[in-house]
Ligand binder design. Structure first.
Ligand SMILES: [Zn+2]
Length: 330
């Protein structure tokens, strides 16, 4: 944890300022082990292995802990790098461009292992704070500690330990895995200053009926309950189906016979998947099978989120015909 992060932190319970009350260990400019305390209510929070901890995994609700744990395992095991990540990230953030980050205080709701936190830092954010509930913060911290403007915090998105001091908040692929996606969105938006902006990318209800009908029962009743190393192996089988279809059918069909390809089942998405290699596809399939909680949200419902925060100039963009990118000013 970098000391300047203190200016952005606030007690998740009373909103009080956070002070550094004891430092156990510094490593270069990082505070590695320490105790933080709330100026107002005097509650204490620890910094462990460089990450301030505002969430007690023993006390948070069971389903949230389960989601965090399942994704946490994945994020510490899928650590491959891919130059396509930046393009993929920008696809989810539409219409935001890298220049938008310049000199802004940025908040990421659900940073996983910090891939997007790094990109935001590299694109010139003044400070970027990545928040995650899961053990993936360990990887996120390692991946971002060399970046002077990047910070990782372990906390619950519903109880963010932050001041209302951000110019921009974003959350990609996370809100729909919380028990109440709209409430999580509102919580994130509550940390953005007037005149700031927010982006969210969520699974769409439209075109995903096949997932809600066929994949959800398997995920809820079986794959989110088995241990992850087993699921990791088992998920290679459906990945093989997706991999072969996307590489041998969708990609060639879209390059030689586009008008015909349009009629293929789920064409935009599977054609897009065809641009990824085996490991990234495996990652995506695993993602759909591992989460105990997943909501698929309609455009109509998504629009009500933005109305609730009185957002101006909202843009809601249909992405790969299976998900929604939202962007709006506050
Ligand atoms: Zn407090």
């Amino acid at each position: 944890m970098k000391e300047k992060l203190l200016d952005l932190l606030a007690c998740p319970l009373c909103g009080g300022d956070i002070l550094l009350s004891y430092v156990g260990k510094y490593e270069e400019k990082e505070i590695v082990e320490a105790v933080l305390s709330c100026k107002k209510c005097e509650r204490e929070y620890k910094v462990v292995r460089g990450v301030p901890r505002f969430a007690d995994l023993d006390k948070i609700e069971h389903d949230k802990a389960e989601t965090a744990e399942n994704f946490g395992w994945q994020w510490t095991h899928f650590t491959q790098e891919d130059k396509k990540y930046a393009d993929q990230f920008l696809g989810w953030l539409q219409p935001v461009k890298p220049e938008f980050f310049k000199d802004k205080f940025v908040l990421e709701g659900g940073c996983g292992k910090g891939r997007h936190t790094s990109l935001a830092a590299e694109w010139g954010a003044k400070e970027i704070v990545g928040v995650d509930l899961s053990a993936a913060v360990e990887s996120a911290f390692q991946a971002t500690k060399h970046l002077p403007n990047a910070h990782i915090v372990q906390a619950d998105i519903f109880k963010l330990p932050l001041k209302k001091s951000f110019d921009y908040a974003f959350s990609v692929g996370v809100l729909h895995h919380t028990p109440d996606p709209k409430k999580a969105f509102l919580s994130l938006a509550s940390k953005v200053k007037k005149g700031g902006a927010i982006s969210a990318w969520i699974y769409g209800a439209e075109n995903n009926e096949w997932i809600t009908r066929y994949v959800n029962p398997i995920r809820e009743g079986f794959t989110s309950k088995i241990n992850q190393p087993t699921l990791y192996q088992l998920s290679k089988l459906p990945t093989l189906g997706v991999f072969l279809a996307s590489k041998l059918l969708y990609k060639p069909a879209n390059s030689v016979a586009k008008p015909l390809a349009k009629h293929l089942f789920y064409n935009d998405y599977l054609n897009h998947l065809g641009t990824f290699g085996w490991r990234e596809q495996h990652n995506i399939v695993f993602d759909h099978l591992v989460a105990p909680t997943a909501f698929y949200i309609s455009k109509e419902e998504f629009e009500t989120w933005w109305k609730e925060i009185n957002s101006n100039n909202v843009e809601i963009i249909w992405h790969n015909q299976n998900s929604w990118c939202g962007f709006g000013q506050i």
